[in-house]
Design a binder for this molecule. Structure first.
Ligand code: ZN
Length: 526
């Protein structure tokens, strides 16, 4: 058995060496033999020698001692034996680890006497197998009889796994026209690269009129490539966008004029479809009532959108809308409310900021059925008309406060100084032109007036206030009357009852402004 163990420990190198050694020895042996023979038998005398000559040659052959091949053989055996005896373990292969996975040392061999003496690597746990790279560490390799050698082991942590592209769609799926397949419809994950999706290349090719081929390609940081593609049918199931020009709720005075402002239609695929909008419905401004206008548009794929506009034809001719600005005041407002209550008349209060002492009046205004509107948290022209944003904040702050106090989310408002004011020019050129549009766009309905009591300038007696109002009332139109209930407006308070009596005795109706009340606007001067 020992023989076999020895032979099995003979690596190919030794066997090759032994074969070469034997070949060399045999070759040298043959060469030496030939030299002897040619010396003893001269060619010229060969036929004279006869039998005795032949015998002589035999003797020479038998007696011939050739030391060189034997020496070579012995020296060769010695060298190979020493080589064998002093052989050291040899490392072949590295440890290769796929990033993030278990250590795989099957590739590593430590060969000694034609045997792999490697069994396990201690200390490899120091390596972070989650990070790609080349690592080295030393191990002690025991071999032979109590011998030991330190070897340097190379550990390669690599990523051999390609990213995974998961598609949301399969071949033949129908996809909406708006889907942007370059940014959605797939997810990519990679075992190593965190930000792999940003490396994706998505290309879309039109195969025919309906079908597109979407191809996805991605390469991770280690060069592993993943590719996927899918054939999709693109369908247009997106409705056109339809937006009204002007308000969705319009109030028109009886016998007034309805102006059709139309709408704008846009489609994802077909583009501008405004020309194709169908408008259905009629508005008879000679009959009080609610009218509905329908706007319909269809795109080339048959998707259609419909929106409506409601038109209220109201009879506000001969109606008086009393409005009180700049309140509430602790002394005037309660008395005005008392008169209105006694007379059964509803009015509208465009208020400014109020405090704890006057908060109950805001609640009272609402609870007694009057309308509440926004005049402004602050009334200071120099502060509120400096910019559009500042103005909007000024009305929104009060709007929110009113909502907290009363629960009413009012959309009614009146600009301090009216929309025709020129004082705002001092603080911001053109601000009224922009603000009147902006408050409209943000859903407010602002009211100016067409009858002014002049109680804030010029009329300082109740008679003057009374005359200014009653002289300008008209039964042929809506009457929005400007008055004030600020602290000093005693003359307004004293004129109020007479104004109401005049109106009632002359066939006028009184009402409070609502969102259906036709708008009364001044000409913009800034
Ligand atoms: Zn005011």
């Amino acid at each position: 058995m020992g023989k076999y163990i020895f032979l099995s420990g003979m690596s190919k190198v030794y066997i090759v060496e032994i074969i070469i050694l034997l070949a060399v020895v045999i070759l040298i042996g043959i060469i030496c033999n030939k030299k002897k023979i040619s010396k003893k038998i001269p060619k010229k005398n060969s036929n004279v020698l006869g039998r005795t000559g032949a015998a002589l040659i035999e003797v020479e052959k038998q007696k011939g001692f050739r030391p060189l091949p034997i020496i070579i053989l012995l020296v060769g055996i010695l060298i190979i034996a020493l080589q064998y005896a002093f052989e050291k373990p040899q490392i072949s292969g590295d440890i290769k680890i796929n990033v993030g996975s278990q250590i795989d040392d099957s590739n590593l061999k430590i060969m000694y006497h034609n045997k792999n003496i490697f069994n396990s690597v201690i200390g490899i746990s120091q390596i972070d197998t989650n990070i790609i790279g080349e690592y080295y560490f030393n191990i002690d390799v025991p071999y032979g009889k109590n011998r030991k050698i330190t070897k340097r082991i190379k550990v390669i942590v690599t990523d051999t796994e390609a990213p995974i592209i998961a598609l949301d769609y399969k071949n033949g799926d129908k996809v909406s026209y708006t889907k942007d397949l370059t940014v959605e419809g797939y997810t990519i994950t990679d075992n190593y690269d965190k930000d792999i999706e940003s490396k994706a290349k998505v290309s879309i090719k039109q195969k025919n009129e309906k079908i597109v081929v979407v191809s996805y390609y991605v390469q991770d940081s280690s060069g592993n490539i993943a590719q996927e593609s899918v054939e999709l049918e693109i369908i247009d199931d997106v409705k056109p966008d339809l937006v009204l020009n002007g308000d969705a709720n319009v109030t028109i005075d009886l016998h007034g004029k309805y102006e059709e402002l139309g709408a704008i239609a846009k489609d994802e695929k077909d583009g501008d479809l405004t020309e194709k909008i169908k408008i259905d419905g009629i508005v008879d401004t000679n009959i009080v009532g609610e009218y509905v206008i329908k706007y319909t548009v269809s795109d080339s794929s048959g998707n259609s959108t419909q929106i409506t506009r409601i038109i209220n034809v109201v009879d506000s001719k001969g109606v008086i809308f009393l409005t009180f600005d700049d309140g509430p005041s602790a002394n005037i407002t309660p008395k005005i409310l008392d008169i209105l209550k006694r007379k059964g008349v509803k009015a509208t209060f465009f208020i400014v900021n109020y405090n704890d002492n006057t908060e109950y009046l805001v609640k009272r205004i609402v609870s007694e059925g009057h309308s509440i509107g926004i005049h402004g948290y602050s009334h200071d022209y120099s502060k509120i008309y400096v910019s559009e944003d500042v103005f909007m904040e000024n009305i929104e702050t009060l709007k929110n406060k009113i909502k907290n106090t009363t629960g009413v989310n009012t959309k009614l408002m009146r600009f301090p100084g009216g929309s025709s004011n020129t004082v705002s020019k001092k603080y911001c050129q053109g601000i009224m032109t922009n603000l009147t549009k902006r408050v409209n766009n943000e859903g407010y309905r602002y009211y100016d007036w067409n009858v002014s009591s002049e109680d804030a300038g010029g009329a300082y007696t109740s008679t003057a206030v009374y005359n200014n109002v009653v002289n300008y009332l008209s039964k042929e139109r809506i009457n929005v009357v400007l008055m004030h209930d600020a602290t000093d407006k005693v003359w307004t308070l004293n004129a109020l009852e007479n104004i109401i009596d005049y109106g009632l005795s002359h066939g006028y109706k009184f009402s409070n402004i609502t969102e259906d009340t036709p708008l009364v606007h001044h000409r913009i001067n800034n």
